[in-house]
Design a protein around this ligand. Structure first.
Ligand SMILES: NCCCC[C@H](N)C(=O)NCC(=O)O
Length: 434
């Protein structure tokens, strides 16, 4: 084995990080593209809005269901193999969607894409845990989240512009080909561990690396599921991050439109800026947590800010303008707490099974978003006056208060849970000898 220099080490790890991040960003393209291309796709297949919603949601179903299996596979066989295979599958799904002759075949596209991209986020987080030192994990997770978030912004505006020159079909086929190319590059250039890339252990700049777990995966899964801190961090993450995603992704715009008569464009500015603040705060909170060597106070602070934000949105007499900006930014910034939450989850289990633990938290947040979005709508319908216009129900601000109070309650449960999270001092538990 050759002992390469620190410069060589940095070059290899940033190449790995860049390749995995590009796949992550492409994953965001696949997640948000059906929204950007909604009218074009609907027009071509002559389908209703509900059918389009079902088509887009296929991605989320397979993605969520596949999180824990992906974590298990990544812990066993590494990020390189799993992300390479995942990116090829995602690419094929995108090509199937782009070439689909019928709506039934098109529905298969997001299903296959969701299956493929389900390996990417856990793959990158696991790879980060093996290529970056423990006291850099918050910072590198923050950069990962920030770049993913950039992907979601890119997927909205620039996609709509691309559609002026190219058909949605050709854009999906090209995205599919790009995924396949990224998969080949990942297989060629990514290495699961510094040792695999030829670095000798014992150098100061090398992160320590645990062995592959000797246990049956079911036993490791039991270890993850029975870890109390993981349970508490999940509640804390749902209280901040799932509530925010449920709001920014669905209810944050209609509440301004129905409650204050803002146009769609004016209202969407608030959620876009809140998402941008979330991305920037993710980087800051990860860096700050590593710097002070603490995780728990930031988890508590995130849930406290989130609770105040949701209570403010439900009960204060806010209006579009500075008070709305303040409250939207507050819940967005509080949601960045998820970076520290992911770091704790990685640190309270041996590194050999951290893929599974990260996947469990991610799946829980996805499920939380889906459930919270539905419950919010269901609560709105309970208070709805029955007013209709052009065949659609008409809501007013008071109809949104129940949903906002629900989010406040979930954040407060998260706040209580966050006090029970174990402080890791930014260090992983040690691997037990096999
Ligand atoms: N519907 C979005 C939920 C986001 C959950 C989590 N904060 C996250 O960013 N996960 C990364 C991923 O895309 O899997």
């Amino acid at each position: 084995m050759t002992d390469l220099s620190k410069f060589g080490f940095n070059k290899i790890r940033w190449t790995i990080f860049t390749l995995l991040t590009l796949s992550f960003i492409l994953g965001f393209f696949h997640r948000f593209a059906p929204g950007a291309f909604a009218e074009a796709v609907r027009g071509e297949f002559h389908i209703s809005a509900a059918a389009l919603g079902t088509l887009a949601s296929m991605h989320f179903y397979t993605y969520t269901v596949m999180q824990i299996p992906s974590g298990i596979l990544i812990d066993r066989f590494g990020a390189r193999l799993n992300v390479s295979i995942g990116a090829v599958i995602a690419g094929l799904g995108s090509i199937v969607f782009g070439l689909a002759p019928t709506f039934a075949v098109a529905s298969l596209g997001p299903f296959i894409v969701g299956l493929g991209v389900s390996t990417i986020f856990v793959g990158i987080m696991k790879s980060n845990s093996l290529w970056f030192r423990e006291n850099q994990y918050g910072w590198i997770s923050g950069i990962t989240m920030l770049l993913g978030n950039v992907g979601s912004v890119l997927a909205a505006g620039p996609l709509a512009v691309l559609l002026q020159w190219f058909s949605w079909r050709s854009i999906f086929v090209v995205a599919g080909i790009l995924s396949v190319v990224l998969s080949l590059l990942t297989y060629w250039l990514v290495r699961d561990t510094p040792q695999e890339a030829g670095f000798q252990p014992g150098k100061g700049y090398l992160p320590s690396q645990g062995p592959v777990s000797p246990n049956h995966w079911l036993q490791d899964l039991k270890t993850v599921l029975s870890n109390k801190t993981i349970g508490f961090t999940l509640w804390a993450g749902v209280g901040t991050n799932a509530t925010f995603y449920a709001f920014a992704g669905l209810w944050g715009i209609p509440v301004l439109r129905d409650g204050f008569h803002l146009s769609n464009n004016e209202a969407s500015l608030y959620t876009t800026v809140a998402l941008a603040a979330y991305g920037a705060a993710s980087l800051a909170i990860g860096w700050f947590s590593d710097k002070i060597g603490l995780r728990k106070p930031l988890i508590i602070l995130g849930n406290a800010l989130s609770s105040v934000g949701w209570l403010g949105l439900a009960l204060l007499p806010w209006n579009p303008g500075w008070s709305a900006w303040l409250l939207y930014l507050l819940v967005g910034i509080a949601a960045s707490q998820i970076v520290v939450t992911f770091a704790v989850v990685k640190e309270v289990v041996p590194s050999s099974i951290c893929g599974m633990a990260l996947a469990f938290l991610n799946a829980g947040i996805f499920l939380g978003v889906a459930l919270l979005q539905s419950c919010f709508g269901w609560i709105m319908d309970l208070s709805w006056s029955g007013a209709m216009a052009n065949g659609a129900p008409q809501y007013t601000f008071p109809d949104y208060i129940g949903g906002l109070l629900l989010f406040a309650a979930v954040s407060m449960v998260g706040l209580v849970s966050s006090f029970f999270v174990t402080e890791t001092y930014c260090q992983s538990v040690k691997e037990k000898a096999a």
